[in-house]
Design a binder for this molecule. Structure first.
Ligand SMILES: *Cc1c(COP(=O)(O)O)cnc(C)c1O
Length: 371
């Protein structure tokens, strides 16, 4: 028995892997593996339709939103978002400041988004916590938004640095109704969200949804059809939406596994039930880290990620010993990202509370021995 704390590609529910193994050679008596099916055949169409419906149910996605399965991951979306939205006009018919987008900088991933978007539009960094080493989400009152931005971009959970939004910002009044665009790669389906507060939500699947290779995009219908002429067709949301995510061959096997994860989530009681569990898991881990002088987490208490918990040992030179001991106990992939060092425990939906308890037990034991 191991507990895998990988930030991504991350652990999947055991039941899902078991079912995929059982269906590997012959999906539902079709005589084919899902990998071998035409994406337009009735078998795969039924898999796709079920996955879409289950996701809509889980997230309560309103009917005026399209759900797209794309490729390229969240990193590709960093360019695809401005390519699709930089030409947006305001609903009043007033032209927005051409090609200006507001970005909130809260960690490594939003920094990357800013850098990439700057190649396609004029980026205004409306708020940043870089000077505080991304230890908090800048307060909404301090954001310097453009009056007519095409959109406002957030990364709502910073997977590397460990800060998460615990509020949905209202930007409409300050921006002439610019839509909110959120990279939710590492916490979508971990908590309830009001989709109607966002224009676009996107994420790579390999954190909390399924295997790498499929990108999920949820987009309000009125935001389709504004792409720059240079936008590749396969990344033009309107073209992909008009073709029901079948403009090019979608990543069929990854969609199938994501669909199994959606069914698993429903059996767990849905997103609200997962959120309650995720809160309990995060409280257990942060509670122990805070009670100890041997370990520390540097994120402001009200901005801490429930999914990705970076932490540091008091003495850096013990890192390798710590990781080796963890591995011996089946606690895997706890090493922090190279840009921030230390450790990181990623505790997505698939991590049971028993895994977090096993980690806390090891933290205690290691502290006793070395502290
Ligand atoms: C992992 C991650 C990405 C990068 O995803 P790719 O699939 O590698 O493109 C971007 N944003 C966030 C928040 C992530 O966690």
């Amino acid at each position: 028995m191991v507990y895998n704390f990988s930030p991504g590609p991350a652990a999947l529910p055991r039941e899902v892997l078991q079912q995929a193994a059982e269906e590997m050679l012959d999906w539902h008596g079709s005589g084919m593996s899902v990998m071998e099916m035409s994406h337009r055949g009735k078998e795969f169409m039924s898999i796709l339709e079920a996955a879409l419906q289950d996701l809509r149910d889980l997230l309560n996605i309103p009917s005026n939103y399209k759900v797209l399965f794309l490729q390229g991951g969240a990193i590709a979306e960093n360019a695809i978002v401005p390519m699709n939205l930089a030409g947006l006009r305001s609903p009043s018919g007033q032209p927005r400041q051409p090609g200006v987008a507001d970005y909130i900088e809260t960690g490594s991933w939003s920094t990357k988004s800013i850098k990439e978007a700057s190649r396609y539009c004029r980026v205004n960094v409306a708020a940043s916590s870089a000077a505080e080493k991304f230890a908090r989400i800048p307060a909404r009152a301090d954001w310097k938004l453009s009056k007519d931005a095409a959109y406002v971009h957030l990364c709502t959970n910073e997977t590397i640095d460990g800060a998460e939004y615990h509020f949905t910002p209202d930007v409409a009044a300050d921006t002439n109704n610019a839509p909110l665009v959120a990279d939710m790669s590492s916490h979508i389906l971990s908590r309830e969200i009001d989709i109607s507060r966002y224009g676009v939500i996107y994420g790579g699947a390999q954190k909390n949804i399924g295997p790498a290779g499929v990108t999920l995009l949820i987009v309000r219908e009125d935001l389709l059809g504004h792409a720059l002429p240079s936008c590749p067709s396969a990344f033009n949301w309107k073209i992909v939406a008009d073709n029901d995510s079948m403009y090019n061959t979608p990543p069929t096997y990854a969609i199938y596994i994501a669909g199994l994860v959606f069914q698993w989530l429903k059996r767990q009681g849905g997103v609200a039930a997962m959120e309650a569990r995720n809160i309990a898991k995060a409280e257990l881990l942060y509670g122990y880290l805070d009670s100890s002088a041997f370990y520390s987490n540097r994120i402001a208490a009200d901005c801490r990620s429930r999914m990705n918990v970076p932490f540091y040992l008091r003495d850096d030179t013990l890192n390798e010993t710590f990781l080796a001991g963890a591995k011996e106990r089946g606690l895997l992939q706890l090493k922090g990202h190279k840009s921030v060092g230390g450790m990181r425990a990623s505790i997505y939906n698939a991590m049971p509370i028993e895994g977090v308890q096993a980690l806390v037990d090891y933290l205690k034991e290691f502290e006793k021995k070395q502290g």
